[in-house]
Design a protein around this ligand. Structure first.
Ligand SMILES: [Zn+2]
Length: 342
């Protein structure tokens, strides 16, 4: 199957009350892990690449790996998404590379660090929506600022600061009306990276009620949770056991994400958990088989470990079993859909 616009997957998820994990990729083993998990669970797939991933892979490798995934799994609908585009130019180059979905993160300025103004955010996001929808490509916007930094992108706020930049539900409604985005990333107190919370998060640091209020205002907009790795303690433990150093940290509990899915969350970004799983598996090989030097013998177990995380999330978010039920649409068909809506 050719890559499908992300909107097709999110619409189906909304109609059937489930969420779809969006996993970040930088290399072949990660793409293989996601596809093997999707194959085993019959799940629709969102694969996303940050700007950092695109420069690491030099775009062409990434594009061909995604085309290989589509060729090898013709029965699975796959969307390829630009994570945190910092400018309309970045989104445009992603579309040229065959991405079927782009995120214009205008919550930050073009440097990807400084919080911007609402007006700037509306302006750049609207520009990307006009450009992308003309090609049938899906657009995700962001309002409010997340904590932490991911691949060099982020304002680097701590949890306490991030709480001051939560998404305002009224402003979210205005933002969607002015830009026409398909999906909206909301800030609810989560952070990018492994160090999200210093204790198991409760309602004062992870404000799930914001999602409920935004969903009431915007029942037809697909909400996106960023920084939503769960940081399983057992994965941290494997890294520590085999010589790694991970400070005490907690992620977003899967039950909280499931609560979000009941209130309009359709895309859940997961990256850190996969990184932790791969790192633990590689450390274990290095610690227990000191003579090992064939990369396949540590990248293979790393791939298996990531596959298991992907399966766990696909099942927990409800996307497992859904791939065969989705009627795929092409970007061209989505152009007609957007034109009709105008
Ligand atoms: Zn993010």
């Amino acid at each position: 199957m050719a890559l499908v616009p992300m909107r097709v997957l999110l619409d189906h998820a909304a109609e059937n009350n489930y969420g779809v994990a969006a996993f970040n990729v930088n290399n072949m083993e990660q793409i293989q892990a996601i596809m093997a998990a999707a194959q085993e669970t019959n799940s629709p797939v969102i694969v996303q690449a940050s700007r950092g991933a695109r420069s690491y892979t030099n775009d062409a490798y990434l594009r061909h790996l995604m085309l290989a995934a589509a060729e090898l799994h013709p029965q699975l609908p796959i969307a390829m998404h630009q994570d945190h585009g910092n400018s309309p130019e970045t989104c445009q180059s992603a579309i040229e590379q065959g991405f079927t979905s782009v995120m214009m993160d205008g919550s930050l300025s073009v440097d990807g660090k400084t919080p911007s103004t609402f007006e700037y955010n509306v302006e750049v996001t609207k520009k990307v929506v006009d450009m992308a929808h003309a090609k049938g490509v899906t657009v995700e916007g962001e309002l409010g600022c997340l904590g932490g930094i991911e691949d060099g992108h982020g304002a680097g706020m701590t949890g306490a600061e991030a709480l001051k930049h939560l998404t305002d539900p009224d402003q979210a409604a205005e933002f969607v009306a002015k830009t026409g985005v398909d999906a909206l990333a909301v800030a609810i107190g989560t952070s990018h990276g492994a160090y999200k919370f210093t204790r198991k998060p409760t309602g004062d640091v992870l404000v799930m009620t914001v999602i409920e209020r935004i969903h009431k205002k915007l029942p037809n907009t697909h909400l996106v949770m960023h920084g939503s790795s769960s940081v399983p303690q057992e994965l941290l433990q494997i890294i520590r056991e085999y010589g790694g150093e991970m400070k005490e940290t907690y992620g977003v509990p899967v039950e909280e994400i499931q609560r979000g899915i009941k209130h309009g969350v359709r895309k859940i970004n997961v990256d850190t958990d996969n990184r932790l799983a791969m790192t633990g598996a590689i450390r274990k090989v290095f610690a227990t088989k000191k003579g090992e030097f064939d990369p396949r013998h540590y990248l293979g177990p790393a791939r298996d470990a990531m596959k298991q995380v992907c399966i766990d999330r696909m099942v927990a978010f409800g996307q497992a079993g859904q791939a065969g039920k989705i009627k795929p649409k092409t970007c061209k068909e989505m152009v007609a859909f957007y034109t009709k809506g105008k």
